[in-house]
Ligand binder design. Structure first.
Ligand code: NDP
Length: 309
């Protein structure tokens, strides 16, 4: 029998177990508390498995990430033959669409300035900017970037996107590659980062790039904390080049107490909650991928280990 070892949150694991029992009785499902022979484990579903655990699994073929990202894995310490698959399931996209829409509307409707005025006891109306004059740009035209753009379309914002390779997305002005980054950035009144964290994208939200945004622009970072050079953001906010930021991800997490981001009046922070993997649909997505693997089909979300995403 092929067996999956699940090492993530035990409470959500109960849902995973029920879905496997009901829909994939041919695939063994164990968690670390179940008696099992490590030599029979072909699949591992985990967030950040230790090197020691992986070393005990000689038959391991595929490491499935419990989340959309795989930057938490230390690829250099993973045996080269182990394939890596990220999580693609509807719950993640749904959560991200809600969060990004909330953040865009918060910045678009001046919630940061209204919050500052409220705390100072000032009644300070701000003239509305029509959506048709607020340009939104998304870095990353993958599963999540495209889902977010699709949700923003009905508001009437001019939309653009930036990716590594060229894409055509209806109603979206698409840019590709490093050479096109300045042209993309200069047209974003609100920039959303939905990139994976790789050696190429680490630190991509820095003074050099953020200062290419139009004066008064806002930033939403829902990618990874490692994308943002926090000190550069703080300086650009204090200089008035940027008007506000909504941040969901930090480096490290949790953000240390006393860090300047916590108290900045122009930053809205959330503790990495933009979207969360939903247990039932994640278990189903993983079962579907195991079935694809067994039948020799392409798995959804397999990572190119050399590219890092
Ligand atoms: P995908 O792999 O589907 O998409 C990634 C996109 O980024 C692709 O369009 C890719 O370009 C682009 N990209 C990658 N490297 C570069 C580069 N060097 N230059 C330009 N573009 C680049 O990922 P998802 O959409 O599923 O997820 C994106 C990220 O969102 C995750 O990696 C994770 O970090 C983050 N995330 C955050 C969550 C949260 O709660 N805050 C929850 C879930 C995910 P191309 O299309 O050409 O390959």
């Amino acid at each position: 029998m092929m067996t999956l070892l699940y090492t993530s949150d035990p409470e959500r694991g109960r849902t995973w177990r029920d879905v496997f029992a009901a829909e994939a009785a041919d695939i063994g499902f164990v968690d670390p508390t179940d008696p099992h022979d490590p030599a029979t484990i072909r699949y591992l579903a985990a967030w950040n498995p230790s090197v020691e655990l992986i070393a005990t699994l000689p038959a391991l073929e595929i490491l499935f990430s419990i989340g959309a990202g795989i930057d938490q894995f230390d690829m250099s310490r993973l045996p080269p033959h182990v394939r890596v698959v990220r999580m693609i399931e509807p719950g993640i996209a749904q959560g991200m669409v809600e969060y990004a829409t909330m953040a865009v509307l918060a910045l678009h409707r001046n919630l940061i300035d209204h919050g500052i005025a409220q705390r100072e006891g000032r009644w300070a109306p701000i003239k509305l900017t029509p959506a048709s004059q607020r340009r939104i740009g998304v870095m990353g035209l993958g599963i999540l970037g495209q889902a977010v753009l699709g949700a923003l379309r009905p508001f009437g914002f001019p939309l653009s996107g930036w990716s590594r390779s060229a894409h055509a997305v209806e109603g979206v002005d698409c840019f590709a590659g490093a050479a096109a980054l300045p042209a993309f950035l200069s047209g974003c009144d609100i920039l959303i980062c939905l990139l994976p964290l790789t050696t190429e994208t680490r630190g991509i939200l820095c003074r050099e790039t953020l200062s290419q945004l139009p004066r008064g622009a806002g930033l939403i970072n829902v990618g990874r904390g490692g994308h943002l050079v926090e000190q550069d953001l703080l300086s650009l906010l204090d200089e008035g080049h940027l008007s506000g930021a909504v941040l969901d991800v930090f480096d490290p997490e949790p953000l240390p107490q006393g860090h300047a981001l916590w108290a900045h009046p122009r930053i809205i922070m959330t503790p990495h909650v933009a979207s969360m993997t939903r247990a039932d649909s994640a278990a189903r997505a993983l079962i579907a991928n195991i079935r694809r693997h067994v039948s020799g089909a392409t798995m959804e979300g397999e990572v190119a280990r050399d590219k890092g995403y």
